[in-house]
Design a protein around this ligand. Structure first.
Ligand SMILES: C[S@@+](CC[C@H](N)C(=O)[O-])C[C@H]1O[C@@H](n2cnc3c(N)ncnc32)[C@H](O)[C@@H]1O
Length: 185
């Protein structure tokens, strides 16, 4: 489904492991937070340029760079962590976009955004900012960002905001519909 022509925004409610899509491993920039098994992850290392959230759940011997997302624990301290499905203080990603370590201090803000109620679009929804930072810094105007495990579309929201093309795939209809709505806003 094409949502926008220029730059192109294209999303699919499908299984990324079986989808009929000509994937450009050479040129598309993979930015994703996948499901962590060898079958679902190893093919992602075929991309030239990527950020894959999830280290250290899988071994990435190609990575040249690393991101630590510091979720600003001050906020967690104000709440009962057990209420949060993904209540960790930090996450890590591996990348081939640069060499070295970057730390993103980005508040995990959906709790506040939803007015204090324990409601969320997706159990592992990420803030678009953690995609916006590297898109601005490490991708070019004509690049296409690809997220085959797009969830509710956070990487797409960031790509759109930065004027990049985006292609996303999500298998669960409910999350796909949320991504579609957010990408049409
Ligand atoms: C960790 S979540 C991604 C969250 C996303 N970054 C966000 O901010 O909303 C991974 C997503 O991959 C989806 N998924 C799992 N297996 C898939 C497959 N084979 N093809 C496409 N999507 C899949 C899950 O339904 C889930 O929404």
């Amino acid at each position: 489904m094409i949502l926008q022509e220029n730059p192109k925004i294209e999303i699919y409610n499908d299984n990324c492991l079986g989808i009929n899509l000509k994937i450009d491993y050479e040129n598309w920039v993979l930015m994703t937070s996948p499901v962590y098994t060898d079958t679902t992850m190893n093919w992602l290392l075929k991309f030239n340029r990527y950020i894959i959230w999830g280290f250290p759940y899988f071994k990435d011997l190609q990575a040249t760079g690393w991101i630590i997302w510091d979720k600003q624990p001050d906020m967690f301290d104000r709440m009962e962590r057990k209420e949060f499905p993904t209540g960790k203080y930090a996450e890590m990603a591996s990348t081939t976009l640069w060499q070295g370590l970057d730390v993103y201090k980005v508040k995990w803000e959906w709790y506040e955004r939803k007015g204090g109620s324990y409601v969320y679009d997706h159990p592992s929804e990420q803030p678009p900012e953690i995609y916006e930072i590297p898109i601005k810094e490490w991708t070019n105007e004509n690049d296409i960002i690809f997220d085959p495990y797009m969830g509710c579309g956070s990487a797409g929201v960031a790509a759109k905001k930065c004027g990049r093309g985006f292609i996303g795939v999500e298998i669960v209809p409910k999350y796909f519909e949320i991504a579609k709505r957010r990408l049409c806003e």
